[in-house]
Design a protein around this ligand. Structure first.
Ligand code: NI
Length: 500
C-alpha cells in the first residue's frame, strides 16, 4: 500500500511514531514545577495518524506544484485555514495563470503521503523540504513574500515552483498545533496554527502568546514544543508567563488523551473542489424499487461516497421512504420534475406545477425543499431558466446507461470521460447502472478524482438560482468558475438528449 488516506487503509501508523523523549514520565504532575503546572509532551499520540486524511497536488507539466497536506474529518476550520494559504502560495507562484482561481488537476493517488509523515517528532521544527530548495535557511527568509505578492491582482507573474506541506507539531486533549510550510521559488514561509477540535476553531499560532509582538511571525512559524509542553522559539522555551490563556490551556492539554471530532462525514473530502479535482456523481429518475435503492445505498456506503439523486415526483410518491433514507445517509435528494416532460415545451403554469408537486412530495417524504433541478433531457430554454428558482444542474459526462443497459459500458464511459470538475449522469432505476457503481467508484478514485455530490462540487462558487451548471473549472466554456460562475442565464439551448 503506497498511499494512505481516505481511500486507503490507515494501518501503518503506530511504530513510526515512537516516543523519543525520556525524562517525562507522564502523570499529571509533570516535571515542570508548581502544582498547577501540569503540562508535559511526549510526542503526538499514535491515535492521531489513523485519523489523518492524506492529500497531494502534484503537477509537472503545466505548472510546478508539489503539495502534501492532511485533513481531519470534523476539523473543517483547520482545512479551511490550510486551503486558503496553500492557494495563496499557488497563486503567488503563478499557478492560477492569471485567473481568479486554481484549475484543479489530477494527481496520481500514489503521490499521497502516508499519514505518519505529517507528524513532527518533538523539537523537530520545519522539515528540510519545506525550508527551501536553494539553501534558504532554517527559518523563513521571506515570510512577507507570499502575503505581499498575493495581493497583486491577477498574479500573472512568471511561474515558479511551489511546494506546500502541513504537519502536526503537537496535539493533546482537544487541541492540535500544526504548521504549514510553503516555498515559492525557493523562498520559504512557515505558519503555525492552533486548532480547538471541540469548537472547530483555528487561529494563528500567535494566539498562544499573551504578547503577540514579543514573538514575530517568523519565530512562531518555526516554533516547536518541548517535553514540558512549552513552545520553543529560537531555541529556547518561552516563559510560562508569556503564554496567553489559550496557550496555557493548550499546554495543559498536551498531557491528556487526544479527543478527535466525530468522523461521521468522512465521505466528504476535507478540502474543497477549488483545490482538489472532484467529480459529481448524479442519479436521475428515481427512486427505483426498494431493492434497487438498498443495493445502491450499500455500494455508496462501502465506497464512502455520496451522490445527488434527482427524483421524479411520481416515483417519490410511490417510494417515499427511500428519499429520507438517502438524505439521512448524506446524499442530496433533489427535483427532476413530476413526470418527466420536456420543461421547455410547457407553459409557465404547467412548469410551476411540475416543480411544486415534486417539491411537495419530497417534503412530505421528509426531504427539505429542493434547491437544485435536473431538467429532464437537459431541456431548458430562456423562459425555463428565468422561471426556475433553483440551481439547474446539467452534466458533461453522459454515460448513456439508459441506452446501453450495460454494466461494463457504463463503467467504461463514466471512467474515461470524467475529468476534474465533471458531473456524471446516470439513472438509479436500471439494474446494470446500479451494478456498475462499485467498479466505477473505484476507477474514479484510482484516476485521482474525488467523487462528491453536486452541492459539494460547486461549493464556493456563487449559488445562482436560474443558472445552469455543467461542470466546474476552466477546461470548457460550459464549466463554471469564479469568472463564469454559471452558464449564462437563459442562453443554454434546448437540445433534448434522448433519454428514457
Ligand atoms: Ni430523466
Amino acid at each position: 500500500m503506497k498511499f494512505i488516506g481516505r481511500f486507503g487503509a490507515l494501518a501503518a501508523a503506530g511504530s513510526a511514531v515512537a516516543l523519543l523523549l525520556t525524562g517525562c514520565t507522564g502523570g499529571s504532575g509533570g516535571t515542570g514545577g508548581g502544582g498547577s503546572d501540569s503540562g508535559h509532551f511526549d510526542g503526538v499520540p499514535d491515535s492521531l495518524a489513523e485519523r489523518l486524511n492524506s492529500y497531494a497536488v502534484h503537477t509537472s507539466e503545466n505548472s510546478k506544484l508539489d503539495a502534501h497536506f492532511f485533513g481531519i474529518t470534523g476539523a473543517s476550520s483547520l482545512s479551511e485555514a490550510m486551503e486558503k494559504d496553500i492557494l495563496k502560495a499557488f497563486k503567488s507562484g503563478g499557478a492560477f495563470h492569471g485567473r481568479r482561481a486554481l484549475d484543479p488537476a489530477l494527481t496520481d493517488p500514489e503521490e499521497r503521503w502516508e499519514a505518519p509523515k505529517f507528524i513532527e517528532q518533538p523539537g523537530q521544527g520545519p522539515t528540510a523540504s519545506a525550508t527551501g530548495q536553494d539553501g534558504a535557511g532554517s527559518t523563513s527568509q521571506a515570510s512577507g513574500g507570499a502575503t505581499a505578492s498575493s495581493t497583486s491582482g491577477a498574479g500573472k507573474g512568471k511561474e515558479q515552483k511551489v511546494t506546500a506541506e502541513n504537519s502536526v507539531v503537537a496535539a493533546g486533549g482537544h487541541f492540535l498545533v500544526s504548521r504549514l510550510s510553503t516555498t515559492v521559488g525557493g523562498q520559504a514561509t512557515q505558519r503555525v496554527f492552533v486548532t480547538d477540535l471541540e469548537k472547530n476553531e483555528t487561529q494563528p499560532g500567535s494566539a498562544l502568546f499573551s504578547d503577540a509582538q514579543k514573538y514575530g511571525a517568523d519565530q512562531v512559524g518555526a516554533m516547536t514544543v518541548d517535553d514540558k509542553a512549552l513552545p520553543v522559539v529560537d531555541g529556547s522555551a518561552v516563559d510560562k508567563g508569556d503564554l496567553s490563556d489559550l496557550g496555557t490551556q493548550v499546554r495543559q492539554a498536551m498531557g491528556e488523551d487526544l479527543q478527535l471530532p466525530s468522523d461521521d462525514k468522512s465521505y466528504e473530502p476535507d478540502y474543497s473542489c477549488g483545490l482538489l479535482p472532484c467529480v459529481a456523481v448524479t442519479y436521475d429518475d428515481g427512486p427505483g424499487t426498494p431493492q434497487q435503492t438498498k443495493e445502491l445505498k450499500g455500494y455508496l456506503k462501502d465506497a464512502n461516497i455520496r451522490a445527488t439523486f434527482f427524483q421524479i415526483g411520481t416515483n417519490v410518491k410511490q417510494y417515499p421512504k427511500a428519499n429520507k433514507e438517502l438524505l439521512d445517509m448524506g446524499n442530496e435528494v433533489e427535483n427532476h420534475s413530476w413526470n418527466h416532460p420536456q420543461l421547455s415545451r410547457l407553459s409557465g403554469s404547467k412548469l410551476a406545477q411540475q416543480l411544486d408537486r415534486t417539491d411537495k412530495a419530497l417534503e412530505a417524504a421528509g426531504v427539505p425543499k429542493s434547491t437544485m433541478l435536473r431538467p429532464p433531457y437537459g431541456a431548458t430554454s430562456a423562459a425555463v431558466d428565468k422561471q426556475v428558482d433553483k440551481r439547474i444542474i446539467q452534466w458533461d459526462v453522459d454515460t448513456l446507461d439508459w441506452k446501453t443497459r450495460s454494466t461494463p459500458k457504463t463503467v467504461k464511459t463514466g471512467t474515461s470521460m470524467s475529468q476534474p470538475g465533471s458531473v456524471i449522469l446516470m439513472h438509479s432505476i436500471h439494474e446494470p447502472t446500479i451494478k456498475a457503481a462499485p467498479q466505477l467508484y473505484k476507477n474514479l478514485k484510482a484516476k485521482g478524482l474525488y467523487p462528491v455530490t453536486s452541492g459539494y462540487l460547486f461549493k464556493g462558487l456563487p449559488f445562482e438560482a436560474h443558472g445552469e451548471y455543467f461542470c466546474r473549472g476552466y477546461r470548457s466554456a460550459m464549466c463554471s468558475n469564479p469568472e463564469h460562475p454559471m452558464v449564462e442565464k437563459g442562453k443554454a439551448k434546448a437540445k433534448p438528449a434522448p433519454e428514457d
